[in-house]
Design a protein around this ligand. Sequence first.
Ligand SMILES: NC(=O)C1=CN([C@@H]2O[C@H](COP(=O)(O)OP(=O)(O)OC[C@H]3O[C@@H](n4cnc5c(N)ncnc54)[C@H](O)[C@@H]3O)[C@@H](O)[C@H]2O)C=CC1
Ligand SMILES: O=C(CO)COP(=O)(O)O
Ligand SMILES: [Zn+2]
Length: 352
Amino acid sequence: MFEKSTWIRLPRNVVVGHGVLDDTVAAVEELHLAGDPLVVTSPTPAEVAGDRVVEAFADAGLDPQVVRIEEATFGAVEDVIEVAADGDVGYLVGVGGGKVIDVTKMAAEDVDKGFVSVPTAASHDGIVSARASIPEGDTRHSVAAEPPLAVVADTEILADAPWELTTAGCADIISNFTAVRDWELAHRLKNVEYHEYAGALSRMTAEMLVENADSIRPELEESAWIVTKALVSSGVAMSIAGSSRPASGAEHLFSHQLDRIAPNPTYHGHQVGVGSIMTEYLHSGPKGQWRDIRDALASIDAPTTADELGLDSETVIEALTTAHEIRDRYTILGDGMSEEAAREAARVTGVI
Ligand SMILES: NC(=O)C1=CN([C@@H]2O[C@H](COP(=O)(O)OP(=O)(O)OC[C@H]3O[C@@H](n4cnc5c(N)ncnc54)[C@H](O)[C@@H]3O)[C@@H](O)[C@H]2O)C=CC1
Ligand SMILES: O=C(CO)COP(=O)(O)O
Ligand SMILES: [Zn+2]
């Protein structure tokens, strides 16, 4: 008897465009949610968008509450849950970067209330996904979280954000090439469940972004539009898969490890991009497609070397040789790289 079942949880309203922040209240009203909003934000995103969103809810006759967070930690999630559990709070609105959005969707899942995603940077593909990524001690959890009921992505605000945030979003998408390779490998070697549609969508999203690289330029609002569409598409791939597998492989483990050990970790997207150059080398060898990944990253101004990430060689080697320990996710790193092999991979690809 056929007994499989699956839930694919996707947003109902995805609103992308110039000035759409002003449509936030309308996008929420259309969902017929009861109660008042809880707006979760952080200092800079509050200035560029959060305060305006709070004001718009108040003008609409609602009584919005606000929680400001600084980091994506379980402590921050608890702080949001405490306020979100209030009976008057009907739904949560995350206004900010990837960390704010992850904390908000995790808190929303916990209190079983709706979540609305208002990104202020096109820097990561968690805008739409039903996953949250939270570090804890030596590990990093990729947990199921409340997917957004609505996404409001104002390209005017996204284009105005520092250019590095947009190139980080591009690199997060380019890393899908190696994430899908790792997923296929884990399927072949460990019988990990693989979803053809999610894998194909994730890869196609990266291909289309690379094809459009010429149109991704600073201060060009169209760039924010192209990148946001790719981030939405990649998030949908994660929702179809019910896991972050389509968008997170060994290159992400490398970045998560850098977040733990590097003296000054930098943007998530930039770190996974450099990781992707090296893990592509591990997949396809010195004559393989790692140059294509490097060139794609370079074409949109994303870092391709340890230097450009502000890292020394030894931190790169340590992250590469210990990345497999961060979570139970089978990738090309297998049960770990030797120091010599890590040095060779980083050297041949020009990362160090
Ligand atoms: N849940 C998921 O599926 C995914 C989660 N992530 C997570 O997202 C996080 C990375 O997201 P990021 O946005 O790179 O980090 P982030 O949330 O730390 O934001 C980076 C910086 O940009 C600032 N910022 C945001 N909007 C701005 C604006 N308009 N103007 C000026 N500054 C602005 C923030 O205040 C912050 O200082 C990581 O924790 C990563 O693990 C990343 C991809 C997918
Ligand atoms: O960053 C992600 C996809 O781009 C997902 O994060 P995890 O690696 O924590 O699942
Ligand atoms: Zn990512």
